[in-house]
Design a protein around this ligand. Sequence first.
Ligand code: ASP
Length: 615
Amino acid sequence: MLDFLGDLKRTHMCGELRLSDAGRKAVLMGWVGRRRDLGSIIFVDLRDRSGITQVVFNREKNPAVHQKAEQLRNEYVIAVIGTVKQRDPETINKNIPSGEVELAVDELRILNVSKQPPFLPGDAGLANEETRLKYRYLDLRREVMQFNIEMRHKVAKAIRDYLSSQGFFEIETPFMTRSTPEGARDYLVPSRVQPGSFYALPQSPQLFKQILMISGFDKYFQIVRCFRDEDLRADRQPEFTQIDLEMSYPQPERVWEVVEGFLSAAFKAGGVEINPPFLRITYDQAILQYGNDKPDMRLPAMVDVRAALTPEELNELATKFRIHKELPIQLIRIPKAGDISGTERRTIGTYGAYQHVQGPSFVQLMTDPKRFAKDYPAISEKILSFAKIEPDDLWLLAGAIDKPESQAAREQSVQHFCEKCGFLRLDLAQKYAAKHGAFQKRDFRFLWVTDFPMFEWDKTEKRWNPAHHPFTSLHEEDMAKLEANIDSVNDPQSPLGEIRALAYDVVLNGTELGSGSIRIHRQDIQRKIFQALGMSEEEARARFGFFLEALEYGTPPHGGIALGLDRIVMILAGAESLREVIPFPKTARAVDLMVDAPTPVSAAQLKELGIQLKS
Ligand code: ASP
């Protein structure tokens, strides 16, 4: 028989009681966790989100209550009224904050029972993920998950508070809208009242936030759900949360300052002090020095050692190793990891393949510093001091063996070659750096990567596409280049590829946390961009007519950014996957296992929507 709650009121949370409460009456409510039945005494760990208190049922002192307590099972919901007691010294539990006290129970109300759960919140091992997601409500009862979701709340709140303090308004934008391009497929929602028409769930509130600037709100933000129907990679979610913001009249630096401000607040909420301003490098620098547009700054940059050598020395190396001296000769250094074995060194030799990265194959000049010093003593010495190599560092040199023909091909080769070296650098770091103290997860190195290219070549479609989105502004100085090449969307050699965007990414330890840009606020320039992208007037009107029209009514210069909240929380919670910090996530196949979505719908629903399925 279950008890009613009646007018009973809880006096404390389960994690709150302390020694100073000894002697006090308390009413606790929560779940039955670990239970030890010693015959005349029953101990129960009573749990709620704040923690646990040990509650004690004593047959001698209160036989009726003790007898009732014998019915208790895992995850029953109970209320207990009792007296807080200091624990005997030998039973103190130092692992929990309430471990010096226990509650001697005078009255027990069993408020609800529970089926035997498929796994218990206190289990040491983890159930498999499918079971966890199917019984998400039980999974969320686990201490780690409670911690993660609390962290999510704190981080979001810190961001809201910070942005509000800076004069940003949180403004909602519609979920049922028309598609805005962020490069993925849309989730579509059929309209019943207009059969054959569909809403799209937003991939981002991009155009709405720009319109809010046109509307005069000056500073907007939103912690907002976005939807992208992408082919799912391991740790992607079809719906995810962005910290989205936009402001009027900013220089890029102003946007960066705001982001640095709210990230500091967010990280502080997660117990981490960070120190803005973040480092800044251009996209071109990032590629040359890190082989990557989201460099991991926990390791030193690659160094092109050609600058340290005389033409004769350079020739000597180039001839000896058959490498191209017009392309960088990259020195890759992993601090303090020089003590790897000969076998490990030889394995590094095989990395040269890197077949999955396009571009010239490359050869390592050397992976054995002793041998190199013997063969090339003068060069070796110069390189060591130029790249500031310490005696216990692991380092190697990589040069490109292919001979690129044209200038454009050469630049492409530089990029591809550097990208390959970048992979090698990260691979070595993963293998060897961590054990020497570098490359630690909680060593947070933030970075702004700026001046991204405006357009990127799409090999499959054989055309230039926007590298960010088509509303991104270009550098004012690159305007002439745009105008001169406005009709070259299908030309892979077009200088369109050289045009720099006022686009930036904020990067943390090799992961892009967010990206944004200064936008185009002039209708004439927006038109030119569409033209450069090979989009006819009619097509542009059909897709973004409402926006092009809005641009014509006094649009102020504006810009903004969006950062992934899920990833930030994941990092702060020290979690391994986004699914650990999203209360109700989907699987890699975009399925919600708890509610079992997506599902087929009834024939009647389809009929109402005017939709017929192909069998
Ligand atoms: N809408 C962009 C995105 O979701 C961000 C931005 O440009 O502000 O990536």
